[in-house]
Design a protein around this ligand. Structure first.
Ligand SMILES: Nc1ncnc2c1ncn2[C@@H]1O[C@H](COP(=O)(O)OP(=O)(O)O)[C@@H](O)[C@H]1O
Ligand SMILES: [Mg+2]
Length: 369
């Protein structure tokens, strides 16, 4: 007979072991399915429950085939592990869950007890969706690089003759014999050349990004520089600026030139959205260990306008290069923002604001982390 305190001590040790085991299986990212020799399910960890869309309690005692489907290649995989006594892997198979087909990689192996006796089998499932997404991203980036090289080449070729056309037109206007009645037309030439030039500049910035040269800088200060630069345009459009800065905000590690470009594009979009004037709000704050940004501590900068908000099409395609709903837009502003913020390991979101209008939110990692 054990004494009561000893029993309690044992119980506590057992509980601790159980909790440890549960934590271990619970924190495993891969799905773990345990079956007995008859291929009946005896255990699912939380990742497997999520992946297969069934709770452990419901699955308990059910044939593996009823979870995976009779024709699933994973059933013979487990059977083979039993036959050969070795682990077998399948690089890509799909499993069905209530949300649809999910592609997984799988390893089946034996579950033996300490005496070496086979107790059952273990099927380890890894969700490949996230990996496929990353592969897609890489492919997209590669495609953009290829397009970028081409675009940069063409843009350089276009820029010089454009400047030639602009210069010659100005000279023409300055001629004493230039008929003033024709100025209307030469102004069109200059205006259109300027528009083409800003398109080419944008294409170059987008196609040939330079890696950010990180220094510590203050977002409030950068925003103020941009607002000072844009002030004449804002005043002309009847736009007032409301500033809600956190003065205590720690410095970010960023390339100030590039961040200036981001803020400028956002301020311009805000201003362009408010055709009849209004209030443009700029905000700064910081967030420790942001779950929205890889757990990094970040500066959060918002630009909120009182325009009509996003059109349904814009909502889908905001960051696509050359997507624009404006007659003279380039559609490169947000694509450039997205690229720069991404290069800084930050994130950007543009969405309808709660109070109407549109809100752009930029997260930029703070320095020294
Ligand atoms: N503040 C905003 N309010 C409403 N729509 C916006 C706003 N910012 C961006 N958009 C939409 O996203 C599109 C793409 O923006 P952007 O990449 O900056 O290119 P551009 O400004 O040259 O059109 C815009 O044409 C517009 O439809
Ligand atoms: Mg823009």
């Amino acid at each position: 007979m054990y004494e009561r305190p000893e029993v309690e001590k044992l119980q506590r040790a057992l509980n601790k072991m159980q909790a440890y085991q549960e934590d271990l299986l619970g924190s495993l990212q891969d799905g773990l399915v345990v079956v007995d020799r008859q291929l009946r399910v005896t255990f699912l960890n939380p990742a497997a429950e999520e992946l297969l869309g069934i709770s452990g309690a419901t699955a308990d005692g059910k044939p593996l085939a009823s979870l995976l489907g009779d024709s699933s290649p994973l059933i013979p995989l487990v059977a083979r592990a039993f036959e050969t006594g070795r682990a077998h892997a399948e690089h890509e198979a799909s499993v069905l869950n209530p949300r649809g087909k999910i592609s997984v990689s799988a390893v089946a192996s034996l579950l033996a007890d300490h005496s070496g006796e086979t107790r059952g089998g273990v099927l380890l499932l890894r969700d490949l969706t996230r990996i496929r997404e990353l592969e897609d991203q890489v492919r997209r980036a590669e495609r953009l690089t290829a397009i970028g090289t081409l675009v940069a080449g063409i843009a350089h070729e276009i820029r010089n003759p454009l400047m030639g056309v602009r210069g010659a037109t100005q000279l023409l206007q300055a001629e004493s014999s230039f008929p003033p009645a024709l100025k209307e037309y030469t102004d069109v030439v200059i205006r259109e050349v300027d528009r083409l030039n800003s398109l080419v500049e944008g294409m170059l910035a987008f196609a040939q990004p330079s890696p950010p040269r990180l220094v510590e800088c203050n977002v409030n200060q950068i925003m103020e520089e941009i607002l000072a630069l844009e002030e004449p345009v804002l005043v002309r459009r009847g736009i007032t600026v409301r500033r809600i800065y956190d003065p205590q905000i720690p410095p970010i590690a960023a390339d100030p030139d590039q961040i200036r470009q981001v803020f400028l594009n956002l301020i311009r979009n805000g201003a362009e959205a408010m055709e009849r004037g209004g209030e443009l709000t700029v905000e700064s704050a910081y967030e420790r260990r942001s779950p929205r940004c890889f757990g990094l501590s970040v500066a959060v900068v918002k630009v909120i306008d009182q325009g009509p908000g996003l059109s349904p099409e814009a909502r889908e395609r905001l960051f696509d290069p050359f997507f624009t709903t404006k007659p003279t837009g380039t559609g490169l502003g947000l694509a450039i923002c997205h690229r720069i913020v991404g290069d800084h390991r930050g994130s950007i979101e543009v969405a309808d604001a709660e109070e109407g209008g549109c809100a752009a939110t930029v997260l930029l990692p703070l320095g020294s982390q």
